[in-house]
Ligand binder design. Sequence first.
Ligand code: FPP
Length: 247
Amino acid sequence: MSIKEKINLSKLPSHIAIIMDGNGRWAKQQGEERIFGHENGVKAVRDTVEGAAEIGVKYLTLYAFSTENWNRPQEEVAALMKLLVHTINIETETLNKNNIRLQAIGDLESLPKDCYDELQEAISNTKNNSSMTLVLALSYSSRWEIINAVRQIARGVEDKKLSAAEINESTIQNYLCTYNIPDPELMIRTSGEHRISNFLLWQLAYSELYFTDKFWPDFRKEDLFEAILDYQTRERRFGKTSEQLIS
Ligand code: FPP
């Protein structure tokens, strides 16, 4: 029985979020420049997206570029942006063929214009697809997102559109970049690091976390399936007791 066949499709996480980490270390191991790692990371992206779509995952979010990544050497940032534009450009057709919708979260206006334009075009060209939504987190950080939400809510209070007492979880949820996306049930991080690194802090409140030592360029759909199998062995209690879950 293959790993894929072992997956219980009726207990599939509908949203999986991934911190793709380890491109630089992978490249170093091969005696190559960091960008070589990012280029090979694209192969992992392709295979993972394919795997997620094959089994029927509804949302896949990939942390492709954090707000903090702007502080990397200028050549690496420029090369990563070029790679993103290029990849989005050549993959749009495949997304359409596979009925996958592209979405992006983050401070998108801070992206270089060609990257922003390419992204918006791909988002618009895939907007009617419905089998899976691929969400790219770009120039994204969760604290930035939360500050942004708080500012908008505060403005609403100033303008007397709502009162402070009315603010609840859904008010905040509605102002996050993920307002139209369910919270991830599973978050995967590669490369042996056990951190969340400013990624979906609000949304991951009840997510199961899965860590693998593999560097991102080596990650394949079978690794995704392994992570899903592991997730399916876990008991999600949301603060309740095991007994309460059975009754
Ligand atoms: C983390 O590895 C990876 C990134 C910051 C970039 C991820 C980008 C890609 C996989 C390429 C294109 C993506 C898409 C969605 C088309 P790292 O550089 O932090 O590695 P290190 O921790 O070993 O230094």
